[in-house]
Design a protein around this ligand. Structure first.
Ligand code: GLC
Length: 524
């Protein structure tokens, strides 16, 4: 793991919604470049940019038609170079999103593959004859609704897609696919990027026999949402297959030569299954269980204990993501939800590993209400299903029409977040704003990381509503209950930081208000 990654804080830029530099309503690289100062001031270290490659945008860039270029709606390769150079000048590292599980159906590899059985790229994808009697070759389902197979009339076979039909899965058993991605990694590393967030990192390898996934219980109802249908199966043959980490070991050799980081989107909800990915393959894996809990002390305590036991220093802790509701909404919404989201960030940031904010988390934003204007294919193609647009609403930079995000018509509405007090400019001027509280928290976190480096997490008993642990000379405590908690410290200490007003240390007792996290420094 590169030194710079240790104790870093990450930030997700959802490029379409971050900052629009050319007035077409879609965020882009020039817009991002102009706003890099905000990220440096915020105190994050690493910026992850979601896919900006040429793409028909069937899944908003996660359907890549050329891995070695920039989509004109986002800018040019020179714009990317400028973002990287300026970010580096500000002390920020840049990670880009690598999408190796599938390409776009418009990628030249797939266009060639579907042309004939004998095409050079045919076996770069997963093709099978119909099942005896017709129909898809097995019972796998797509994350986005319907079967994971689409019949291709021209050659009379089905192709596999764990996501949209416009996102055919690559065949990672093919050595040329592996070699092609080695070159893609080298291309971007030579351009100066500092690492990759690897999309769907748990799924590249599939069962070679493509066996059916067993149902966990009853078959899903005919009107079940894609998420419900997906959850009805034991995904033992399409996810988390034995050979997948070999790919990351191979990439690790390339990344190490460039002091770069590999961070996997390993979307597995059993933390124990993450260890294998980070033990000697990836530098880090997103810990998605951290993104799924409600505001419940017991639930969060048990989840974090399991994640820490699986290896906290290999974890990246997402506060929110472009695929899930924002933390403030998850924790109840409004001012209370934002305050809780800040406390939760304090808790995650007190652990070893890398906390990640989604753009807008620093403003305490809720999910925007996008009803009637949805873009996410999950919502658009599956009536009744909840899509992911709520956490993708555009950034609010300053008061005024377009909120400094765009001079044009935003591609997705701002939704319920449309208010001047939510903008970065208004919050920057108010010392008590969410934005300034996040800045102070990240400052304090740097101090915690410096003194607690290498120390194990030791869980402390602090009552039902408080989650507390010690790392070296620091105690981290988060109060999820009502009123003020009194937390007995292992020794007398001094308050380093609290995410809300009203916390105090009196000898060996921490007084902690509701929905707040505190860092306490013990002697030694
Ligand atoms: C990941 C991305 C998500 C995308 C999917 C398919 O989960 O985060 O946005 O839809 O992969 O590429």
């Amino acid at each position: 793991m590169p030194d710079w990654w240790q104790d870093a804080v990450g930030y997700e830029v959802y490029i379409r919604s971050f900052a629009d530099g050319d007035g077409d309503g879609i965020g882009d690289l020039q817009g991002l470049r102009r706003r890099l100062g905000h990220l440096a001031d915020l105190g994050v270290d690493v910026v992850w940019i979601t896919p900006f490659y040429p793409s028909p945008q069937a899944d908003h860039g996660y359907d890549v038609a050329d891995y070695l270029d920039v989509d004109p709606s986002f800018g040019t390769l020179e714009d990317l170079d400028a973002v990287v150079a300026e970010a580096h000048g500000l002390g920020l590292k840049v990670m880009i999103d690598l999408v190796p599980n599938h390409t776009s159906d418009r990628h030249p590899w797939f266009l060639d593959a579907r042309a004939s059985h004998h095409a050079a790229h045919r076996d770069w994808y997963v093709w099978r004859d119909p099942a005896p009697g017709g129909g898809p070759p097995n019972n796998w389902v797509s994350h986005f609704g319907g079967p994971a197979w689409t019949f291709d009339e021209a050659t009379g076979q089905y192709y596999l897609h764990l996501f949209l039909p416009e996102q055919p899965d690559l065949n990672w058993a093919h050595p040329e696919v592996r070699a092609a991605f080695d070159r893609i990694l080298e291309f971007w590393l030579d351009r100066g990027v500092d690492g990759f967030r690897i999309d769907v990192a748990h799924s590249l390898v599939k069962d070679p026999e493509l066996r059916d996934n067993p149902l966990l219980g009853d078959a899903p109802a005919p009107d079940a949402t894609p998420q419900e249908v997906f959850a009805a199966y034991d995904h033992r043959h399409d996810l988390d297959q034995p050979g997948v980490v070999d790919i990351y070991r191979r990439w690790g050799e390339i990344a190490r030569r460039h002091d770069a980081v590999l961070l996997g989107e390993v979307y597995l909800l059993d933390p124990a299954r993450l260890s294998r990915y980070v033990d000697d393959a990836l530098d880090s894996a997103f810990c998605f269980p951290a993104l799924k809990t409600g505001w419940d002390a017991d639930e969060i305590r048990r989840m974090l204990a399991a994640c820490v036991a699986a290896g906290a220093s290999g974890m990246s802790w997402p506060l929110s993501s472009h695929d899930d509701p924002r933390a403030a909404s998850r924790f109840g919404g409004g001012a209370r939800g934002s305050r809780r989201a800040l406390a939760y960030l304090g808790l995650l940031a007190g652990l070893p590993g890398v906390p990640f904010l989604l753009q807008g988390d620093e403003l305490g934003l809720d999910d925007g209400d996008t009803a009637g204007a949805n873009h996410d294919p999950i919502a658009v193609r599956n009536p009744g299903a909840v899509g992911r647009d709520g956490s993708r609403t555009p950034m609010l930079w300053e008061p005024g029409e377009g909120f400094g995000f765009t001079t044009g018509e935003p591609w997705l509405p701002f939704g319920t977040n449309r208010a001047d007090e939510h903008t970065a400019a208004v919050q920057a001027a108010d010392p008590d704003s969410h934005l300034n509280r996040v800045r102070r928290l990240l400052d304090a976190r740097r101090e915690v990381a410096a003194v607690a480096q290498g120390a194990e997490v030791r869980w402390l008993e602090a009552g039902e509503a408080v989650i507390a642990f010690q790392r070296g000379p620091v105690v981290v405590a988060c109060h999820l209950g009502e009123g003020t908690a009194r937390v007995a410290l292992p020794a007398a200490g001094g308050l380093l930081h609290a995410t809300a007003d009203g916390a105090a240390v009196d000898d060996a007792t921490l007084r902690l208000p509701s929905d707040a996290t505190a860092y306490v420094r013990l002697p030694g």
